[in-house]
Design a protein around this ligand. Structure first.
Ligand code: GLN
Length: 495
């Protein structure tokens, strides 16, 4: 490959090749960052970014260049979902209510990545407060799918997916509450992981459903995804839900043979309306794994059908209390205060401030979009006295059964193979009028969040319109290493 070609294809090179090219001075990271910022500008129609941080990126890059240290993630240019805190930068969560707010600290995940040499190129678009599956609920307009601009990139981490798919970054961070990394990864032809609950610190991730939320990664290759994952993962005293379980070497074990691997195909993930090409990809992947020495057997997760109703009770319930903090007093947008008046003189009394409830009501009314308000109302309803037992408590009990299904199945299987989503990327507007139709696109992803187990989406083929198809692998708690290993080997044969 000529030097010129390498420079042009920076984001398409593998991480190892990028590192090698950097090491021998084949290209200059500062120039690369500048080129990517220009490309982001040129592709602004995608609306992938809400803020670019090129000055910071250039500053980090120069610092890296002048250091003797061998930063393990040098060559990773990262796009970050705008619900993950980066000191002195915006943190809008794609909501008007946080307009103008600047983060006072950096999330643990981003701090660890920066320390390892990652360069942050910008903050990406999302559904407001990560509530949605298409980015159509962003207060700043939707992001477009780079494969077909009339289609959604998925959500809620749609900007992060579009950024990597369009070659505007080499990897991105998203967040998962019910599928928001895996579904956009599937729609945009990327590898996307949702780690085990507690694996990556949530310190600096804006809370949506705290018992479900996890930071996840998207990248073009499993290797890069694994490298970013293992750098962020591991215990953090700043997050009391963070797990002390040690993080194994993931990226170093991708080629371990799969002989003897016990793979389950859950019956419930083959029912209902699934686009035939998606079902076909799962079948093909099963065949490939068999050829690699795995055993493939049908299995059952009998409570799967309750996952969507349970998720859409628990996630809004948690959201309704987490979002109570946006009151127009402490953060961002404030409405309902009288316009400034000339200073009172000659004994006149300045007009009193309105009651605080009026400020809170007006700020929340103006600051939140329709979907966020719907979730707050749903959540408040299921938590209210008289309905708590019937909805919230019952949903908690069913969540336990869903987790138990996974524990049972992982006694007999190492890995589960399913579609990531029932269909490939859908068109803008196709599901906005019917929230239930939108919620059902999470049908195969939400169970892993409810159970807390890790899951990954890997690109595996295309449909007849040329749209990428994602297949999903799920494993027992803390077995991300196994997910990466299998994903990497499937990636090697995916067309
Ligand atoms: N689509 C789901 C929702 O709207 C999941 C979102 C997410 O994982 N953040 O809640």
């Amino acid at each position: 490959m000529s030097e010129r070609a390498q420079i042009d294809n920076f984001t398409e090179l593998g991480l190892v090749e990028r590192r090698e090219a950097l090491a021998v001075g084949k290209f200059d990271l500062v120039k690369e960052v500048r080129r990517l910022s220009a490309k982001i500008e040129a592709k602004s129609v995608l609306n992938a970014f809400l803020e670019t941080t090129d000055e910071l990126a250039v500053e980090c890059t120069s610092k890296l260049a002048h250091s003797e240290e061998a930063f393990p993630l040098r060559g990773v240019v990262l796009a970050v979902k705008d619900n993950i805190a980066l000191k002195d930068h915006q943190l809008t969560c794609a909501s008007k209510i946080l307009d103008g707010y600047k983060s006072l600290f950096t999330s643990t995940a981003l701090q660890r990545l920066s320390d390892a040499g990652v360069v942050i190129i910008g903050k990406t678009n999302l559904d407001e407060f990560a509530m949605g599956s298409s980015t159509e609920h962003s207060a700043f307009g939707p992001s477009l799918n780079p494969f077909d601009n009339s289609r959604v990139p998925g959500g809620s981490s749609g900007g992060s997916a579009a950024a990597v798919a369009a070659g505007l970054a080499t990897a991105s961070l998203g967040s998962e509450t019910g599928g928001s990394v895996r579904q956009p990864a599937a729609f945009c032809g990327l590898v996307g992981i949702k780690p085990t609950y507690g694996r990556i610190s949530r310190y600096g991730l804006v809370a949506f459903g705290s018992s479900l939320d996890q930071i996840g990664v998207m990248a073009r290759t499993t290797y890069e995804c694994a490298k970013v994952f293992e750098t962020m993962a591991g215990h953090d005293p700043l997050d009391n839900t963070s797990s002390p379980v040690p993080v194994p070497d993931c990226a170093g074990n991708l080629d371990r043979p799969l002989k003897g691997l016990r793979v389950g195909l859950p019956r419930e993930y083959r029912e209902g309306t699934i686009q035939p090409e998606v079902a076909n990809s799962v079948e093909r992947a099963a065949k490939v794994l068999k050829e690699m020495g795995a055993t493939i057997t049908e299995c059952s997760l009998p409570h799967t059908k309750y996952a969507i109703p349970v998720y859409y009770i628990l996630a809004p319930a948690e959201a309704s209390s987490n979002l109570a903090r946006y009151d127009g007093v402490r953060y961002g947008l404030r409405r309902g205060t009288p316009p400034p008046t000339p200073p009172a003189s000659g004994g006149e009394v300045a007009p009193p401030l309105p009651p605080i409830e009026d400020i809170i009501r007006a700020s929340r009314q103006a600051g939140f979009g329709a979907e966020v308000k719907r979730r707050i109302m749903l959540g408040t309803y299921v938590l209210s006295s008289g309905y708590y037992d019937a909805y919230y408590l019952k949903a908690q009990k069913v969540r336990r059964l869903i987790r138990q299904d996974f524990l049972n199945v992982f006694d007999d299987f190492d890995l589960l193979l399913t579609p990531t989503t029932p269909t490939t990327a859908f068109k803008f507007g196709e599901k906005t009028a019917d929230p239930i139709a939108m919620y059902l696109s999470d049908i195969f992803t939400a169970p892993a969040n409810l159970a807390g187990v890790p899951a990954i989406s890997v690109p595996f083929g295309f449909d007849d319109k040329g749209l990428p198809i994602g297949i999903q692998l799920m494993a027992a708690d803390f077995r991300e290493d196994l997910l990466f290993q299998v994903a990497h080997q499937l990636e090697g044969v995916a067309q």
